[in-house]
Design a binder for this molecule. Structure first.
Ligand SMILES: *[C@@H]1O[C@H](CO)[C@@H](O)[C@H](O)[C@H]1NC(C)=O
Length: 300
């Protein structure tokens, strides 16, 4: 009898464990609110994204004022761009995070908004010279692809130089706005062109949609991307889903309360995530694009 009771008890225990497991699975797919420490861990990277708005002559000497001072000890390796036809960028080593940083400048909210609503939204396959082995069904915004290509060789050379000088195999690519779109493309490009064993992480702020469903599925399968968006910023909602543009997973949405919520999957339509919070651009606030992202406002 005792043995049988034990068996029943075990069966019930197993059943309960099963329910708990099931609950854990559905919990992973729901919205989770970041802790203060988790939010704080973004801050150095938020400043690195903002710093790309500074002139290359200042990022190369790490003398750009508040943005540079927020990450003391950073060791720049290369900077470039003209802030006009080519966005500013810089590459260097962040000892505190033990990672190479690649950061691209964004553009002002009004420019990118009109580019992605009235501009040419044609997509193209990734250039096989820069992105060897990626299926031609993977398509990205034509203009973003052209901008990424214009700095690709210089960025890759700088990253290789920084990795050998500082003996690290972790690269973190960051950017805000257009810079976030360039960061996402650079993360794929760098992963394909750096030695295997290199870890490439991406953190984008106010990132617009960059490519089609095949592109974001590729990102989810191969890259580690977090894209943070702020309140009712319209730019992460363009180009529209109805135009065949999508976001990869990894959305973090900042609420008006300043809570940071991690959203599950691609383009979650929950009210706590940007697709649900900004159902159309008439219910958006363009000034939310520049921040604040945990008190950091983008710009130099
Ligand atoms: C993904 O990127 C984040 C942000 O850089 C990093 O903290 C995390 O460790 C990365 N995850 C993996 C599995 O590399």
């Amino acid at each position: 009898m005792a043995a049988r009771a034990f068996t029943y008890a075990s069966a019930i225990t197993a059943l309960v464990a099963g329910f708990v497991d099931g609950a854990a699975v559905s919990k992973r797919q729901s919205i989770t609110t970041l802790s203060t420490d988790e939010i704080g861990a973004f801050k150095p990277f938020t400043f690195f994204a903002s710093t790309a708005y500074c002139n290359p002559s200042e990022t190369l000497t790490w003398s750009c004022g508040m943005n540079c001072d927020a990450n003391p000890g950073f060791q720049p390796v290369a900077s470039g761009g003209d802030g006009g036809s080519v966005q500013f960028w810089f590459v260097g080593f962040a000892p505190a995070q033990n990672t190479i940083i690649v950061s691209h400048q964004g553009t002002d909210p009004h420019n990118i908004m009109s580019l992605l609503t009235d501009g040419d939204l044609t997509r193209r396959s990734l250039d096989p010279t820069l992105f060897p082995g990626v299926s031609s069904s993977v398509e990205v915004h034509n203009g973003f692809a052209g901008s990424q290509a214009s700095t690709a060789a210089a960025v890759l050379a700088a990253v290789k130089q920084a990795m050998s000088a500082h003996d690290t195999n972790t690269v973190t690519v960051v950017g805000h706005s257009l810079g976030a779109a360039l960061a996402l493309l650079d993360s794929v490009f760098l992963s394909l062109n750096l030695p295997s064993g290199t870890t490439v992480n991406t953190i984008g702020y106010g990132m617009p949609r960059v490519g089609n469903q095949e592109f974001v599925d590729y990102i989810d399968a191969h890259q580690n991307v977090t894209h943070v968006n702020n309140q009712k910023d319209p730019i992460p909602t363009v180009p529209g889903l109805f135009l065949g543009y999508h976001h990869s997973s990894g959305e973090v949405h900042i609420q008006a309360s300043n809570a940071w919520d991690a959203c599950p999957g691609q383009d979650s339509d929950s009210k706590s995530c940007i697709v649900g919070d900004v159902p159309n651009i008439f219910e958006s606030t363009e000034s939310n694009h520049i921040g604040p992202y945990d008190s950091v406002t983008m710009g130099c």
